[in-house]
Write a protein of this length. Structure first.
Length: 470
């Protein structure tokens, strides 16, 4: 800083990052009477979740899904022609949602009198960070505790020309100013599968290039198979066991060269193969905190790094890389900072929410995990095509699958595929979270559900499974 000493401020805790993890920690610390400050490198609060990840992609998916519902509903066929939305048009709706989220989250910090400093934070020593803001402003913050919640960004390997307008990652794709005719998506993880659904729903021809032998291998095999079937039914071309060797962009197209010898020529390439933690240039190595090759920070069960007063949560620590989990991790870390007390219990079973078309959500063990562990189980199914509410809503694709112990009737796993899956799973989650005999299939057998609802899928699946016990 030219012309004088750098200004220094003191706090009980410094939270670096204002995404779900940072927000959860900052609010918990403030409500416990701690003097806390948040440092955010972006011009607005909310982190990657709000600006580039969860919120925009789910807003895109929502409107594409509504358009698809309209176009496939026979009720409207005689009164109007099919509707088409452009990618920029659905992006504009996503931008409105992002702005509302930013205003909402900024209000949380304001009401709780938590200052937010905009700039990049770097550790000078174990108890001091320096924040470099706009116009060369520099500020030093000293604190007894720190929490790193800087999130992640798309992984960009060497040899892929991301500076070319036809080569995108999941951040850059949000600036696309037209609807392409064709797109190749390299990487068939959660992000790749979600964007395959979105673009195919817009009528774009999609090549989904998967480096593995099946989609989303962490899912129950039956759910993974269902996703593959319905993506193909939508018209997505899935290419398994493929690895790129070269990406060659041209003025009017881009060619993805694969190790198998295939050459995929498309308008746009979306690279969706992995993410990197935002931990670079933070001065962590000098403190003995060594991020791995993907920039992820190792933590213990209390989310402490190699420096016990410096915590890390959210995407920057890797799995499970969910906004919902990051918020709870932040609250848990804050609880541990408060004199080492662990009065906030962190849930162990975290539901997955995958916003493909159709939607997926799961909780607990898969069939293959139970089989490998030699745990006996039985299966109960409810197919959406048989539910009155799904028939009314024209949402017959999907199912609810319950895995339970044949003797104790304990719920071991919940797997849902279809419309509202990410909502439906929480009913079962409430029962799985009960201790002892309260976690039981009998709850669904002995409970009256509203009719017609999607929730009654639990009663149907429970009866289906219970009847197998003979």
């Amino acid at each position: 800083m030219v012309g004088g000493a750098v200004k220094e401020q003191h706090y009980d805790a410094v939270v670096i990052g204002s995404g779900p993890g940072g927000e959860g920690a900052a609010l918990a610390l403030s409500k416990s009477g701690r003097d806390v400050v948040v440092v955010e490198s972006h011009a607005e609060v909310g982190g990657g979740c709000t600006h580039w990840g969860t919120i925009p992609s789910k807003a895109l998916r929502h409107n594409v899904r509504r358009m698809m519902e309209y176009n496939t509903n026979p009720l409207f066929h005689d009164v109007a022609a099919p509707k088409r939305l452009s990618f920029p048009r659905v992006l504009k709706f996503a931008e409105r949602v992002i702005n509302r989220q930013v205003n909402l989250r900024a209000g949380y910090y304001s009401r709780n009198e938590i200052p937010v400093l905009h700039g990049r934070a770097r550790f000078l020593d174990a108890h001091t960070v320096e924040v470099h803001g706009a116009e060369g402003k520099v500020l030093r913050l000293r604190a007894g505790h720190f929490l790193i919640a800087t999130g992640s960004r798309p992984y960009r390997p060497e040899g892929v020309p991301f500076d070319h307008p036809r080569v995108c990652d999941s951040d850059k794709i949000l600036s696309l100013d037209h609807t392409p005719r064709t797109i190749a998506i390299y990487g068939a993880g959660v992000i790749g599968c979600e964007y395959a659904s979105i673009f195919r729903g817009l009528g774009v021809k999609v090549d989904l290039i998967d480096t593995r032998e099946r989609l989303l291998t962490f899912l129950d095999n039956e759910i993974s198979d269902a996703l593959s079937y319905h993506l193909r039914e939508l018209g997505v071309l899935i290419r398994h066991d493929e690895t790129f060797t070269q990406v060659v962009p041209r003025d009017d197209h881009v060619v993805v060269h694969l190790d198998s010898g295939k050459q995929i020529k498309v308008d746009i390439l979306l690279w969706a193969n992995g993410r990197s933690g935002n931990s670079e240039d933070m001065g962590l190595e000098a403190l003995g905190i060594e991020p791995n090759s993907r920039g992820q920070i190792q933590v213990n069960d209390n989310y402490q790094t190699a420096q016990e007063h410096i915590y890390a949560v959210g995407d920057v620590i890797g799995y499970p890389s969910l906004a919902s989990a990051a918020f709870d991790q932040g609250r848990f870390a804050a609880s541990h900072m408060l004199c080492g007390q662990r009065d906030y219990r962190l849930v162990q079973d975290i539901p997955t929410g995958i916003y493909t078309i159709p939607e997926i959500s799961s909780l607990g063990k898969t069939e293959q995990e139970l089989t490998a562990a030699k745990v006996p189980y039985e299966v109960g199914h409810a197919f959406f095509k048989d539910l009155a509410r799904a028939q009314i809503a024209n949402q017959g694709v999907g199912m609810l699958k319950l895995l339970f112990h044949p003797e104790t009737l304990e719920i071991l796993g919940i797997h849902c595929f279809g419309d509202q899956a990410a909502e439906i799973v929480h009913i079962g989650q409430a029962i799985m979270a009960q201790t002892g005999e309260a976690n039981t299939l009998m709850y669904f057998l002995n409970t009256t559900f509203n009719y017609p609802t999607m929730a009654e899928a639990y009663r149907v699946a429970a009866l289906n499974g219970y009847n197998r016990l003979g």
